[in-house]
Design a protein around this ligand. Structure first.
Ligand SMILES: *Cc1c(COP(=O)(O)O)cnc(C)c1O
Length: 419
């Protein structure tokens, strides 16, 4: 089945009430028929709901649907995109390990991987996703994952999937792709040979800025990389915190199972069923929306690239962009709704952000309403000048998330502040 159909139907068998809309199960816990059944569920002899920190029927449908859209085998939803990324790192790493992260990533991912996880004894090395020549050299026996964004936020680089996957597969290291900006409609990293896909579903998935959420999609190749691989020994050895369970011996994907039974159990980064329900509504129209966002963004990128006050436009859908070739190869149906452009100074950028109409000054992306962000004073403010430069964020950089308004109106609003 095609993604448009899966997004509307997959994972929901109409229950006894035959509700057309997926039911919202707002509950923290579930009753057992007997203490034997309870014991069997805890011992995994019978799979079933115990407590919403571990599983919930509404969240379960959202997970199944999302996994099907990404071409994965299973998925685990989390409270936010950041918790999806943190939980993934926690599931694969321990103190003394290292991870390899793209130099240009979302601000929160950057502070998490550069600073916060260091306090847990996990270090980070950086690589260039567009030209990963030193990637192999950076990896060692303690490297547990390679993390990058398919289409990076905010400087919109398209990753060189082929080169990255080749090295990761040679060394048997798990690749984790943040596919938030591209969405599974424009890019399916698992089909390109990657192992795990993470998302902030707070962006294009909800689509109207309604709910925070994250998700991690697991794949067959991830299970294969884990099985009997000394790099991932804690999946292959008994977990003493779960009476000796060996995750890779289960008939279910080991990454997903450990994520639920160990990480969610102990960290509790579970979404509210209400947010899962909202995100299911968002998924239904994601395909239509992302194609329109992409079309509108291309039109606006073309307008900006001809404007004399604009020094540079970053949009992978523009022929003049250095990512264009990879965009043609790896992105389908457009280059998403995010673009950024540079003006001459911090003051000029602030003036534009302060005076523009229609666009909201908000630090979010993927909303139906257009958004303007000045990364240097907001999302990337915590980064030092050197860190800003390394991640390609200029002081005069402005990011736009193009919404679903009429593009002529948006261009008119931009003209007024630029002219
Ligand atoms: C927003 C975002 C995140 C973080 O997601 P939250 O849901 O805000 O926690 C991670 N990665 C990318 C690419 C993002 O745009």
């Amino acid at each position: 089945m095609q993604k448009e159909t899966l997004a509307l139907h997959y994972g929901y068998e109409k229950d006894t009430q035959k509700t057309m809309s997926v039911p919202l199960y707002m509950t923290t816990a579930y009753e057992f028929d007997s203490s034997t059944q309870a014991a069997n569920r805890f011992a995994l002899k019978e799979l079933g709901n115990i407590y919403t920190r571990l599983s919930n029927p509404t969240t379960d449908i959202f997970q199944k649907r999302f996994a099907s859209l990404e071409g994965g085998v299973s998925a685990v939803a989390t409270a936010s995109g950041m918790s999806a990324i943190f939980s993934t790192i926690v599931n694969l790493c321990e103190a003394g390990d290292n991870i390899i992260v793209a130099s240009a990533v979302y601000g929160g991912t950057s502070t998490l991987t550069d600073h916060t996880i260091k306090r847990f004894g996990i270090t980070t090395k950086k690589f260039d996703v567009t030209n990963p020549t030193d990637l192999e050299e950076l990896c060692d026996e303690k490297t547990k994952l390679i993390l990058f964004e398919s289409l990076s936020n905010p400087n919109l680089q398209v990753a060189n999937f082929k080169a990255i996957v080749k090295i990761a597969n040679k060394l048997n290291i798990i690749t984790v792709v943040d596919n938030t900006v591209a969405t599974p409609y424009l890019c399916q990293p698992i089909k390109l040979g990657c192992d795990l896909v993470v998302h902030s579903t707070s962006k294009y998935t909800t689509g109207q800025g309604l709910a925070l959420g994250g998700i991690i999609v697991d794949s067959k190749s991830c299970s294969k990389k884990i099985k009997n691989n000394p790099r991932y020994k804690h999946f292959n050895e008994p977990d003493i915190s779960y009476h000796g369970l060996v995750y890779s011996d289960l008939e279910y994907p080991p990454f997903t199972m450990r994520m639920i039974l160990n990480v969610l159990r102990d960290l509790g980064s579970t979404p509210s069923p209400f947010n899962s329900w909202i995100l299911i509504q968002g998924l239904e129209t994601l395909g239509l929306r992302i194609k329109q966002h992409s079309k509108s963004a291309l039109k606006i990128a073309k307008f900006l690239s001809k404007h004399k006050k604009v020094l540079k436009v970053n949009y992978a859908g523009l022929k003049s962009d250095s990512n264009y070739k990879r965009a043609k190869k790896y992105l389908k149906d457009g280059a998403s709704g995010l673009l950024s452009f540079e003006v001459s100074s911090l003051e000029e950028a602030k003036k534009i952000a302060d005076n523009i109409t229609i666009f909201s000054r908000v630090v979010n992306i993927g909303d139906s309403k257009s958004i303007i962000t000045h990364p240097a004073s907001t999302t990337h403010q915590q980064l030092s000048k050197e860190e800003l430069e390394a991640s390609g964020i200029n002081q005069g950089l402005i990011r736009l998330s193009i919404g679903l308004e009429d593009t002529d109106d948006l261009i008119e609003a931009l003209k007024k502040v630029l002219d």
